[in-house]
Each structure stands twice: as C-alpha cells, then as structure tokens.
Design a protein around this ligand. Structure first.
Ligand code: GDP
Length: 194
C-alpha cells in the first residue's frame, strides 16, 4: 500500500447512510481526545487528513478514507462528558450501527491513552471486539508523554486491565515522535491483504 495514495471519501452522520462495505476496512475507535486524528495523519504522513482539535467533542461522524483498495474508517470519538445527550445518542447510533452491519472488517485499531487506566467505555469497546471475535489491535497513544520505564509499566498494566489475549497486538505509539507507526502500518498492511 502506498500511503501517498490516500484520499478522503465521505463523512456520514447516521449509520443507515453508510454504503455497503465494498473494500476491506480498517476501523479506528477510541475515546474523544485519545489522539485518533493525530495517529491517522501520522500513518499517512499528512498534516490534516483527519482534523486534530484542541477542544474535544466534535460533531459525531464516521469518516471514510481510501488508499489502494483499502478503506480506513474513522469512527466518532466516544466518552466526551460535555456534549448533549442527543450528541451522545448520535455517537452510540453511529458506532453500534457500524458494527451491527455486515462489514468487511480486516482490522479494528482500538486506541487507548497509555498514561491512564482504560475507561469503562474503553473496556466495553475491547470486550465487544473480543466477544464478537473481530480482528483487532490496541494502539497505546501519546507514549512520548511517558519515560521508557513508565511505558513498559503502563503497557503491562493495560494489558492486564483489558484482559488482552497474547495474540492481540499492543502497539506503543507516539504521533509526535513516530513510535509504533511502522509497526501499525505493517499490521494494517498484513490485515488488509488477509
Ligand atoms: P482525537 O480527538 O482522538 O482525534 O485526538 P486528536 O488527534 O485531535 O488529539 C487530541 C490532543 O492530543 C491534541 O492536542 C493533540 O495534539 C494531542 N496528541 C495527539 N497525539 C499525541 C501524541 O502522540 N503525543 C502528544 N504529546 N500529544 C498528542
């Protein structure tokens, strides 16, 4: 896959608008502000493919990108407290709607902030992926904010908390410094090839 061939496709505000899955999909999920947009931009070496915001709680949409026959699905960031009930409902509709459809899911990248214990919503997301037997990997974001020593400690703590199986890839990432980016690209490439 040549990352330079990525193109934004469309945003969707309601899951029933989603077109059937015509390509293998790599979906990205995580709580609001976890660093999902930054990671997508870093993966594709772009500044503003996905919008990075200082203020979390953007409008909930599912954004499609495509690159060399693979679709990248940016799911809405969950768990931002200061949004209306209606907005939270829209988030749930989109994310549940997406996973309830017959999608050609090659990989779900579930993002968790390496600095903190996983939130209840992170735990729910990963338990769902596990129960549904979907192929997934966990990206631990913002690693540059911790020392190497702390990274190792937090990686082990999160692996325990989330009860991850040995075969679930757990990638320490930094969109600032580039840690984990090649590893994620390799996982995505392998998953997309089947
Ligand atoms: P999103 O809401 O999950 O899409 O998160 P964003 O990508 O918009 O990032 C939220 C905030 O975290 C922004 O202020 C980013 O600059 C910051 N951020 C994201 N990734 C990293 C990272 O790897 N390292 C550091 N230090 N900050 C990051």
């Amino acid at each position: 896959m040549n990352i330079n061939n990525v193109a934004f496709e469309r945003s969707f505000g309601i899951s029933s608008q989603l077109p059937p899955s015509s390509l293998p999909e790599i979906a990205f999920a995580g709580r609001s502000n976890v660093g999902k947009s930054s990671l997508l931009n870093k993966l594709f070496n772009r500044k503003s493919l996905a919008k990075v915001s200082q203020t979390p709680g953007k409008t909930a949409t599912i954004n499609f990108f495509s690159c060399d026959g693979v679709r990248f699905v940016d799911l809405p960031g969950y768990g931002y407290a200061k949004v209306s009930k209606a907005e939270k409902g829209r988030w749930a509709e989109l994310i549940e709607g997406y996973f309830n459809q017959e999608r050609n899911l090659a990989l779900v990248v579930s993002l968790v902030d390496i600095r903190h214990a996983a939130s209840d919503l992170d735990e729910n997301m990963i338990a769902f992926l596990q129960d549904a037997q979907l192929p997934y990997a966990v990206a631990l974001t913002k690693a540059d904010k911790l020392s190497r020593q702390q990274q190792i400690k937090q990686k082990a703590a999160l692996k325990r908390q989330l009860a991850l199986d040995e075969d679930v890839p757990l990638v320490v990432c930094s969109s600032e410094k580039g840690d984990g980016i090649d590893e994620l690209r390799a996982l995505i490439g392998a998953a997309a090839r089947g």
